[in-house]
Design a protein around this ligand. Structure first.
Ligand code: AMP
Length: 191
């Protein structure tokens, strides 16, 4: 059976994780968040975790080969699932190219990329609010600024990359969680 592989694309705090969790449950897909994979490595103090921790705490991006190596190890373990929802990856053009590279990611075909579009002031507000709730070490005002800047500099170019592949679908992320989810479900149901 052909897998349905979706990329959740959007700024930090745009709601990718929240939506991805609900989508995974409804459509029986595997939610893969590279941020969560890194947090797992960090909490287990693995060599990879120790290497990534400093970069993550500063709001930087972990090098592409390390990130995609970790992702690859994770997805080969779940290769028999119905499909993946990628949350927080790819974040650079190089990562998108690596994901498309059939020698690295055997048989993986990205079906669609859902772009959760949220205005910038809203993004900053949401992340700072999340910091209070989740107490994430990388949600301080300085790191939030770095992460938002990284998003514009390194991740935004992916919009054109996926537009060219006719895979990009824009979703209005400024609505409440239920409305965003309902828009996403309409898209998935039409695929
Ligand atoms: P997230 O939970 O997706 O916001 O990720 C938390 C942090 O993990 C990011 O700010 C980065 O430092 C790191 N990270 C997560 N995914 C990636 C990725 N695809 N490439 C590089 N760094 C990543």
């Amino acid at each position: 059976m052909k897998q349905l592989n979706l990329v959740m694309f959007g700024a930090p705090g745009s709601g990718k994780g929240t939506q991805a969790k609900q989508m995974a449950e409804k459509y029986n897909l595997m939610h893969v968040s590279t941020g969560d994979l890194f947090r797992y490595e960090i909490s287990n103090k693995t060599p990879l975790g120790l290497q990534a921790q400093e970069i993550i705490n500063k709001g930087g991006l972990v090098p592409d080969d390390i990130t995609l190596g970790m992702l690859r190890n994770h997805i080969v373990k779940h290769s028999d699932c119905n499909g993946f929802i990628f949350d927080g990856v790819p974040r650079t053009l190089k990562q998108a190219e690596m994901l498309d590279d059939k020698t690295l990611f055997n048989n993986l075909n990205i079906s669609k990329v859902l772009y959760l579009h949220v205005e910038m002031d809203e993004v900053q507000k949401r992340i700072l609010k999340r910091a209070e709730v989740e107490q994430r070490a990388d949600d301080t005002p300085e790191t939030v600024k770095a992460r938002v800047e990284n998003f514009f500099a390194q991740t935004m170019p992916l919009v054109d990359y996926y537009k060219e592949q006719e895979k990009l679908i824009e979703i209005n992320g400024m609505q409440n969680i239920e409305h965003v989810f309902s828009d996403i479900c309409k898209v998935i149901d039409n695929l």
